[in-house]
Write a protein that binds this ligand. Structure first.
Ligand SMILES: *Cc1c(COP(=O)(O)O)cnc(C)c1O
Length: 385
C-alpha cells in the first residue's frame, strides 16, 4: 500500500514524513486572521479490507500506543426516537474515549506517527479537549507533550492535562493566540505539531468514526446514514468525517455520501456564514459557552467549506440558550450527558429536522463528555457548580 499527501487545491503531492505540514506554494499564501491555506490530505493506493475492523491508515498498527481509542458505541435512543418522530435516529457516543472526547482519534494517529519516526515530543494549541486528549494519549505512549491553552479553558480539561503529566503553557488570550504561539514554539524547537488542520494527520485520524458508524449500522441491517450532524468549530471533525465516507464509497461499503450538517453556535459560526456567502470574511471574535467549538478563525475552514460545497453539505446555527436546553433534554431523554459543543449537534438536529424526511437514517455525533464542563451544565439545570 502506498501513502502520500496531496494538496486538494493544486494537486501537489508530498511524502508523509516528519516536518511536512502544509503544501509549499499554497501554504505560502497564509495570512493572519484567515483560515489555513494548503491543508494537505492523506491518500492511499492499493488498499483492500482484510478484516471487519480494518481501516486504511497511514501508520502501521504496531506503532499505535496501548490504550483503547475509538470503537465507540452507536446508541439507539428509544425515547428520543419517539419524541422526535425519527425511528432511525442514532447517537455516535465518543464521550467514552479515554480522555472523554472525539479528539483522541486524532491524537492516537499522531502519537503512532511519532512512534514510527522516533519522535519523543509533541506540542499543540487547544481550546481544551485536544490538549487533554494529546496529554492522555501521550501518557500511554511515553511522549513529552506541551500544550498551549487559553487561561479560561474549563477547569476539568486543564486538570486532565496536569494529571496526565503534560506541560501546560497557559495563554492569556484566545485559542487563536494559543494556536499562533504553539506554532511558533514548534517551528523554533522542531517539536512535532499536533495543531488541528495544520498537521494533516489530525484530519485523517478522525475518519475512523465514519468507518465505525457505517459498519455498526451494517450489522443492524442498515445501509449507511442519510444525515450526519457534526459539531463544528475549526472544521476538522467535519473534514475527517467526509474523508471517512469518501474512503467508504471508494471501498464500496456505502452507496451514497450522507448529507453532513455543520452544527455551529451563533457566536462562532464562520463556516456557516462562509457556506452562505461563499467566502471567509474578516474574523469575528467568538462568543459562546460551547468552548470546544469557539474559534475566531476556523483553521480548517477552506478545506471544510470545499467538502461541504462538493457534497451538498449543510449548516445549522443555534444560540447558547438552545444549546443548554438541548444538553439537558439529551441527558434526560437518553442518558447521554454531553458537553455544550456536542449538545450543539443535538440542538442542530432539533432545529433542522422539520426539513428532513422522518424515514431517513440520522446520526448525531456526540463528541465530548458533559463532565468536562460542569459550570455550564449547572446553568442548564439552574444549579450551582
Ligand atoms: C474540538 C471539538 C469539536 C469541534 O471540532 P472541530 O474540528 O474544531 O470542528 C466538537 N466537539 C468536541 C467535544 C471537541 O472537542
Amino acid at each position: 500500500m502506498r501513502w502520500f499527501y496531496r494538496c486538494p487545491a493544486c494537486g501537489a503531492e508530498y511524502d508523509i514524513e516528519p516536518g511536512r505540514y502544509l503544501c509549499d506554494p499554497c501554504g505560502a499564501r497564509n495570512a493572519p486572521g484567515l483560515p489555513l491555506e494548503g491543508v494537505l490530505e492523506c491518500h492511499w493506493d492499493g488498499f483492500s479490507v482484510s478484516g471487519p475492523k480494518d481501516i486504511p491508515l497511514p501508520v502501521e498498527r504496531e506503532h499505535f500506543p496501548p490504550l483503547p481509542v475509538g470503537d465507540t458505541p452507536l446508541w439507539k435512543p428509544g425515547r428520543l426516537r419517539k419524541e422526535t418522530g425519527f425511528p432511525r435516529l442514532w447517537l455516535k457516543d465518543d464521550t467514552c474515549n479515554p480522555s472523554g472526547s472525539f479528539k483522541d482519534r486524532a491524537s492516537y494517529l499522531v502519537a503512532a506517527f511519532a512512534a514510527k519516526h522516533g519522535i519523543t515530543e509533541i506540542a499543540l494549541a487547544s481550546t481544551g479537549n485536544a490538549a487533554s486528549s494529546m496529554a492522555c494519549v501521550g501518557a500511554a505512549a511515553g511522549l513529552k507533550v506541551t500544550v498551549f491553552l487559553p487561561a479560561e479553558a474549563p477547569a476539568a480539561k486543564r486538570i486532565q492535562v496536569l494529571q496526565y503529566g503534560a506541560e501546560l503553557k497557559e495563554v492569556d488570550g484566545t485559542y487563536d493566540l494559543a494556536f499562533d504561539l504553539s506554532l511558533a514554539y514548534s517551528l523554533k524547537t522542531g517539536v512535532l505539531s499536533r495543531n488541528t488542520a495544520y498537521n494533516p494527520l489530525t484530519i485523517e485520524g478522525k475518519k475512523t468514526a465514519s468507518f465505525e458508524m457505517a459498519r455498526s449500522l451494517g450489522r443492524e441491517g442498515e445501509r449507511g446514514p442519510d444525515h450526519v450532524f457534526v459539531p463544528t468549530g475549526d472544521g476538522v471533525i467535519l473534514a475527517g468525517v467526509y474523508r471517512g465516507f469518501e474512503d467508504l464509497l471508494r471501498l464500496g461499503e456505502i452507496e451514497h455520501m450522507p448529507t453532513v450538517w455543520a452544527c455551529q453556535a451563533q457566536g462562532s459560526s464562520a463556516i456557516a456564514r462562509a457556506l452562505e456567502s461563499g467566502f471567509f470574511g474578516p474574523p469575528v471574535p467568538s462568543d459562546t459557552i460551547a468552548d470546544s467549538i469557539a474559534v475566531d478563525v476556523p483553521r480548517n475552514g477552506i478545506y471544510a467549506l470545499a467538502k461541504l460545497k462538493k457534497y451538498g453539505g449543510r449548516a445549522v446555527v443555534v444560540g447558547d440558550d438552545e444549546i443548554l436546553e438541548a444538553q439537558r433534554a439529551l441527558s434526560a431523554g437518553s442518558g447521554l450527558f454531553a458537553e455544550p459543543s456536542s449538545a450543539c449537534a443535538w440542538a442542530g438536529f432539533l432545529k433542522a429536522r422539520a426539513g428532513i424526511d422522518p424515514g431517513d437514517l440520522v446520526v448525531v455525533m456526540i463528541t465530548g463528555s458533559g463532565l468536562k464542563d460542569i459550570k455550564n451544565a449547572a446553568r442548564a439545570v439552574g444549579a450551582k457548580a
